[in-house]
Design a protein around this ligand. Structure first.
Ligand SMILES: Cc1cc2nc3c(=O)[nH]c(=O)nc-3n(C[C@H](O)[C@H](O)[C@H](O)COP(=O)(O)OP(=O)(O)OC[C@H]3O[C@@H](n4cnc5c(N)ncnc54)[C@H](O)[C@@H]3O)c2cc1C
Length: 381
């Protein structure tokens, strides 16, 4: 049954989106035959409390300036705010190689580069908090640069947002092993207790578990992971008796909810990244907050009747890209010649994203090929 149906019991934990610049994820979707299930959108709607909408979309200028025309039209920002954004974007391109970027937060970098308060709350924060799942005051400048240089400015299409038209269970289906080739077997709900790379049961091992499990699985590895922390994401699923907006998705400015996705005429999914403030709150309080905030942006919601609601708190949603973490992200190779690591937290050059996860798998595959004496490349630029 389609989750958009209010009687459906199946919902995703939270809306997952990708950017057109997620080249390896798109390659993976191609290999598994689901690429056409991703629908790309070239307009991002920034909605202010009260309902006014500013649209980020490409103009006639070539990349990296393709979005500037629409940014200059943003009515929620003053000329000074816009000037501060443009100078910071230009500075990012010049400072991209600065080795100190991983030692400072992006909040610090923006402050020292003249970002105005409104430019931060109406532009930098909504983009970065969703892309990096972390507060600007806690997140390293390095991945923040990556989001803007690879995502927003790279080429005319790289910022486009891809939204799966199907639930995650259809995007990553149970029969994935059939799609990946006849030699692949997936054993679901089978927890690995321990890997001993020296036992020779298998020729090669790849671990793709999250960072918090790796040292338990293979205690002899003893990876220095003390600096890794989690950051939560909360998904709030609301079914109303009517359509509260026709926008397919929207960035909600300066409130708790950062994004809302219209899943059907009456089903809306709200996303709160870095949702630490929501963790102690009850389901009822979170739903009341969400309805109240939606009413501020889409006044129709004030009169709408809530039919059904779900709150999904993912407390360990992603690792947190805090300053100084980069050097602790391990390579795919380990001290064992037959053991390899994958996972979005390994050294992929990308923040915690589905793209980072696929890159890590491709990197591990390349490392295994090398271990067998073959040079193969899987990672796409
Ligand atoms: C709510 C939420 C929203 C997100 N939204 C986005 C988004 O919009 N865009 C985006 O790009 N990314 C998003 N992410 C991040 C993205 O999902 C992750 O970056 C990605 O899934 C990481 O993939 P991974 O393979 O490294 O780890 P995981 O997806 O965490 O996979 C690790 C797997 O290891 C399994 N495992 C753990 N221990 C064992 C064991 N002992 N034995 C066997 N198996 C084990 C786990 O069950 C799990 O299936 C979101 C994450 C969450 C939680």
């Amino acid at each position: 049954m389609n989750p958009a149906d209010e009687h459906s019991e199946q919902i995703d934990n939270c809306q997952h989106v990708l950017l057109r610049c997620f080249t390896n994820l798109l390659d993976f979707y191609e290999r598994t035959g689901v690429k056409e299930k991703i629908h790309f959108h070239d307009r991002l709607h920034f909605v202010r409390p009260g309902g006014a909408v500013d649209i980020l979309k490409p103009g006639w200028l070539p990349a990296p300036a393709h979005l500037i025309g629409s940014l200059l039209m943003f009515r929620g920002l003053t000329l000074t705010d816009k000037y501060s954004i443009l100078t910071a974007l230009a500075a990012m391109r010049h400072e991209r190689q600065n080795p100190r970027l991983d030692n400072i937060t992006i909040a610090h970098w923006l402050t020292t580069h003249g970002a105005t308060e409104k430019a931060v709350s109406y532009f930098w924060r909504p983009i970065l908090i969703s892309a990096l799942n972390e507060e600007l005051e806690r997140v390293s400048a390095r991945p923040a640069f990556h989001v803007f240089l690879q995502g927003v400015m790279k080429n005319r299409a790289s910022y486009q947002i891809g939204i799966p038209a199907v639930p995650l269970s259809e995007l990553y289906p149970l029969e994935l092993d059939n799609r990946l080739g006849e030699n692949v077997r997936v054993h679901l709900r089978s927890s690995i207790k321990h890997i001993d790379p020296t036992d020779r049961v298998a020729d090669y091992y790849v671990s793709a578990v999250p960072f918090e499990y790796i040292n338990q699985l293979i205690p002899s590895l003893q990876l220095p992971l003390e600096r890794f922390e989690h950051s939560p994401i909360t998904g709030i699923h609301l079914w109303f008796d009517r359509e509260i907006t026709t926008l397919p998705h929207a960035v909600l400015l300066n409130r708790t909810i950062q994004w809302v996705f219209r899943k059907s005429a009456n089903y809306f999914q709200c996303v709160v990244s870095s949702s630490r403030s929501l963790l102690p709150l009850s389901r009822e309080k979170i739903i009341a907050m969400a309805c109240c905030e939606l009413g501020e942006f889409f006044p129709v919601a004030l009169d709408a009747r809530l039919i059904k609601a779900h709150v999904v708190k993912e407390t360990r949603a992603t690792y947190s890209s805090t300053p100084g973490l980069e050097v602790y992200r391990p390579l795919p190779t380990t001290k064992y010649p037959n053991l390899f690591l994958a996972g979005d937290w390994t050294q992929t050059g990308w923040p915690a994203t589905m793209e980072g996860a696929v890159r890590s798998g491709y990197q591990a595959a390349e490392a295994i090929a090398r271990a067998t004496g073959r040079e193969e490349s899987f990672v796409l630029p």
